[in-house]
Design a protein around this ligand. Structure first.
Ligand SMILES: [Zn+2]
Length: 150
């Protein structure tokens, strides 16, 4: 995807570095701008740990404002085209939870790709892009750890 330039990835990597050891989450819009989201996973875990077993260390949930922003974007000329989040210390892969979160009744909820950032030891400098193809998410982009190499 041409949109994920070194500059765009660098903004996302910085976001992941700031929130480490918690996951970050956010959006990339069609014009290449980055919208940093708020991960409320710790808040909902604190209120209802039985239902929301994960904390922000290994899960993300967008704030209500972010979700409204996301939904509204699809009715504008500048929609969200990538949803990103980071994986602190476990590598960039599309987890079972990530698949669950992206699907409703077996179909993608949003017409977007998913970027998972590898935030190893707080230094987020690599990411993988996943796209829904023929009934499953497949990796369609593997971004180098060194931004200078892109
Ligand atoms: Zn994930």
């Amino acid at each position: 995807m041409d949109l994920l330039t070194t500059q765009v990835l660098d903004l996302i990597y910085r976001h992941a570095g700031r929130t480490y050891p918690s996951e970050c989450c956010g959006f990339v819009l069609a014009d290449g701008s980055v919208h940093e989201g708020t991960n409320i996973q710790d808040e909902i875990h604190a209120v209802n740990p039985a239902t929301y077993r994960r904390t922000a260390a290994n899960g993300y949930t967008f704030s209500v404002l972010d979700t409204v922003f996301l939904n509204n974007s699809f009715r504008t000329q500048n929609p969200v085209i990538v949803i990103y989040h980071s994986h602190p210390d476990v590598g960039a892969y599309f987890s079972h939870e990530d698949v669950d979160k992206a699907l409703y009744d077996g179909e993608p909820i949003y017409p977007v790709d998913y970027l998972v950032v590898d935030a190893m030891a707080g230094a987020a400098r690599g990411a993988k892009l996943f796209r829904w193809r023929r009934g499953q998410f497949v990796c369609t982009g593997d971004f180098d750890r060194d931004p200078c190499m892109n």
